[in-house]
Design a protein around this ligand. Structure first.
Ligand SMILES: Cc1cc2nc3c(=O)[nH]c(=O)nc-3n(C[C@H](O)[C@H](O)[C@H](O)COP(=O)(O)O)c2cc1C
Length: 191
């Protein structure tokens, strides 16, 4: 069966560097014929600013967020995907707020038992892929850290492609070297 790949594109720029990198990445991916879906997290209609920490999801049998907005089906798709890709520009040494809005609501994809000190998650065994770019060559390692730690904590495999010196939004489109690197990376992700 074709691998399911869900791409969360977390830039507010519809045709910016992040979108261009995702487009090249998909070119590489398509050599393996996976089922690809791209969600622009900046343009979803949210009823909450990120996770409300209501913990209502922890009382459900299902791994679902109780906030009934356009992020809810995206979280469901994350639970069903084989590979989750998060693509973001570097914003002040971290991921974009537009990606974090969904990222923190992954809380609903875990069940914690604090007394027993156990955690279960539907994300276990998946692959998390990070694609991030920056204007300069400082800070992408800081951005990457929470993704590495989340993958470790969750039991996900982790892959990343960090693109420093990508220029201002949209400028990366003329960089053939980066283009080839990203396409090759996409070709390696589906085993
Ligand atoms: C709010 C904001 C913060 C940024 N912070 C940084 C930064 O800390 N370091 C850096 O090198 N580039 C920074 N940049 C530049 C972007 O990370 C870079 O141009 C990125 O490739 C843009 O991707 P996009 O076109 O998808 O938005 C920032 C840009 C914006 C708009």
């Amino acid at each position: 069966m074709a691998k399911k790949i869900l791409i969360l594109l977390g830039s507010p720029k519809e045709n910016g560097n992040t979108a261009i990198l995702v487009d090249w990445f998909c070119k590489g991916l398509r050599t393996k014929n996976p089922a690809i879906e791209i969600i622009h997290t900046a343009f979803l209609k949210y009823k909450s600013n990120g996770c409300l920490a209501c913990r209502a999801c922890q009382k459900l049998k299902e791994y679902e967020c109780v906030v009934d907005d356009e992020a809810k089906p995206v979280l469901r798709k994350m639970a069903e995907a084989d590979i989750i890709v998060m693509a973001t520009p570097l914003y002040f040494f971290g991921a974009s707020a537009q990606l974090k809005l969904i990222f923190d609501r992954m809380f609903s994809l875990y069940k914690w038992n604090n007394e027993a000190k156990t955690m279960q998650t539907v994300l276990k065994g998946k692959t998390l892929v990070l694609i991030a770019s920056a204007f300069e060559d400082v800070g992408l390692d800081a951005l990457e850290k929470p993704f590495v730690l989340t993958a470790e904590y969750t039991g996900m495999k982790f892959e990343s492609l960090l693109v420093p010196n990508a220029g201002i939004s949209g400028a990366v489109k003329d960089n053939k070297e980066i283009k080839n690197k990203v396409i090759a990376f996409g070709g390696r992700i589906v085993k």
